[in-house]
Design a protein around this ligand. Structure first.
Ligand code: TYD
Length: 214
């Protein structure tokens, strides 16, 4: 029996865009085709990376420290979880990945994009069975005006270091996502997240079908 190729899909968007609420249905869609589905998230996805997540989300630090920690978490996650899952043919659904670093640390915090690009190449560089620089096959970008996202988040749970940022920060994050999307348009599917949950899901499902991934 020929081994199926792994499929790496990421979900991105500013806080409040609602991306995480579609992971269950995406998982079901791929499981129905008989595939192994691995759900994971960043920062996180391994014990070490989850520890780093706690620091990044809660401890004050500068933008370089933040960038190094999210990439350190990513390295551990890629080496120990993502690359092995792709090598055995699984569908990997990852809630955020490197586009979030370009959007949040690059756009939001104003950190050097060239340094982020160097770290990206180092951290996602070739390891067992994955291409030279590992990138998602598809990135579902949930795009929502920052003002609408802020309304959705208001009064929700206790905000972390990012969720507590003013709307201006999220405007820069949203611009960061838009830049990444236009630099790699073939990888991105823009989902208009300013719609009902049902409509947003219909867009997600259509994007996956259109690309022949099912
Ligand atoms: P998020 O994915 O929104 O999880 P939850 O739904 O539990 O809040 O939270 C992760 C936060 O981390 C989010 O605010 C974005 C931020 N982040 C970065 O700043 N850089 C990164 O590289 C990643 C992956 C996330």
């Amino acid at each position: 029996m020929s081994q199926r190729q792994g499929l790496f899909i990421t979900l991105e968007g500013i806080d409040g865009a609602g991306k995480s609420s579609h992971v269950d249905a995406l998982e079901a869609l791929f499981r129905a085709t008989g595939r192994e589905v691995l759900r994971t998230r960043e920062p996180g996805g391994t014990p070490l990376a989850e520890t780093l997540r706690g620091l990044v989300l809660n401890e004050p630090m500068d933008a370089l420290t933040e960038s190094l920690l999210v990439f350190a978490a990513r390295r551990d996650h890629v080496v120990n979880v993502i690359a092995p899952a792709l090598a055995r043919g699984a569908v990997v659904l990852c809630d955020r990945f490197t586009d979030a670093t370009f959007a949040y640390q690059g756009g939001g915090r104003g950190f050097d994009l060239g340094v982020l690009g160097t770290l990206e190449a180092w951290v996602q560089g070739g390891q067992g069975g994955v291409p030279d620089v590992l990138q998602p096959a598809l990135t579902l970008w949930f795009d929502l005006p920052p003002e609408t996202a802020a309304e959705r988040l208001a009064g929700a749970r206790l905000p972390d270091r990012f969720e507590a940022q003013p709307v201006d920060f999220f405007r820069r994050v949203a611009d960061g996502y838009a830049c990444r999307a236009s630099a790699d348009a073939a990888r991105f599917e823009r989902i208009d997240a300013d719609a009902t949950r049902e409509n947003v899901w219909a867009q997600v499902e259509a994007a996956v079908r259109r690309r022949g991934l099912l």
